[in-house]
Write a protein of this length. Structure first.
Ligand code: C2E
Ligand code: MG
Ligand code: MG
Ligand code: MG
Length: 276
């Protein structure tokens, strides 16, 4: 019933989002308070090697827990945070928390796990972002080679030259950059020229239509092949069925993520399930 309560609250907030500016301001104030009080959380979703099923890492996903159980979805609160400076505090907190968590898991013997963290375009464009990431790695002791920053194509819209330079600077440090939700935007292909990226994440809208039509299948296969030919690691997102997983395996997609493999869970549950 905690889940039901969470869902009810989620719907409540979904409605308030479309109500008044006052309600929105209230919600934003509550988010600021939650961030300030350290009441946010990070859940982790496993990423596996497609051919072996072995867990190779995880994606960190922000959660806003609510009193009485459940949480508000990041699809609601990330846009709210992005409308203000809150995204900087929240983004830095998620990155630091996840890096600390991975270092803890490394100490427990999982030194080869990789950590992917989502980065909002506003964070990416902040003048201190590179220094912030460097500082968090230095503070936590996480080797840069373990970190993947997930961005969307919007990071190149305002300042493509700077975006390229920043991605190159991360690569020089050993930090990888992944293009998230690949294939959904307007300029995903040109992004692959403009940015120094090491990974693409095939958007789940492609994965989930695998098997529907020959066209859907050809699209997904083409995206995987293209990523492979460019020497990138290709991650299939949103795998929910064994058939979808099998298709991606046929295409030689490197990594996979989705409810079939594992839902995002709290850190304790993650170690319990995948720490073997
Ligand atoms: P994303 O980065 O594309 O993350 C994947 C989303 O798909 C997650 O939703 C995950 O729970 C969900 N998902 C994973 N497997 C499946 C599946 O098999 N089926 C379906 N239907 N969904 C699946 P979540 O956690 O609600 O996050 C939504 C989005 O919010 C993320 O999409 C990301 O864009 C954003 N987000 C989450 N955490 C952060 C964060 O710390 N910072 C920033 N800037 N954005 C975040
Ligand atoms: Mg992501
Ligand atoms: Mg994604
Ligand atoms: Mg997304």
């Amino acid at each position: 019933e905690a889940k039901a309560a969470g869902k009810a609250q989620y719907q409540f907030y979904s409605q308030t989002m479309t109500l008044t500016a006052q309600r929105k301001a209230d919600l934003r104030a509550r988010l600021a308070q939650a961030i300030h009080d350290g009441r946010m959380a990070v859940h982790y979703q496993p990423q596996v090697e497609m051919h072996s099923g072995r867990v190779v890492g995880m994606e960190a996903l922000a959660r806003w827990p609510q009193a009485g159980g459940g949480w508000i979805s990041p699809l609601e609160f990330i846009p709210l945070a992005e409308e203000s400076h809150l995204i900087h505090d929240l983004g830095a907190w998620v990155l630091r928390t996840a890096c600390q968590q991975l270092v803890e898991w490394q100490r427990q013997g999982f030194a080869a796990w990789d950590l992917s963290v989502n980065v909002s375009v506003k964070q990416w464009e902040a003048p201190n972002f590179f220094a912030l990431v460097q500082g968090i790695l230095a503070d936590t002791g996480l080797p840069p080679e373990r970190l993947v920053l997930e961005v969307t194509e919007s990071v190149t819209f305002t300042a493509p030259q700077e975006a390229r330079r920043l991605s190159e600077a991360f690569a020089a440090l050993g930090i990888r950059v992944a293009l998230d939700d690949f294939g959904t935007g307007f300029s995903s292909l040109s992004q692959m020229q403009d940015l120094c990226i090491q990974q693409i994440k095939v958007d789940r809208s492609f994965v989930q239509r695998l098997g529907d039509t020959p066209k859907a299948q050809a699209l997904a296969e083409t995206i995987v092949m293209m990523g492979r030919q460019l020497g990138m690691t290709v991650v299939g997102e949103g795998i929910e069925t064994a058939a979808q997983r099998a298709r991606l395996q046929d295409f030689a997609c490197h990594l996979g993520q989705g409810y079939l493999i594992g839902r995002p869970v709290a850190p304790g549950a993650f170690l319990e399930r995948y720490g073997k």
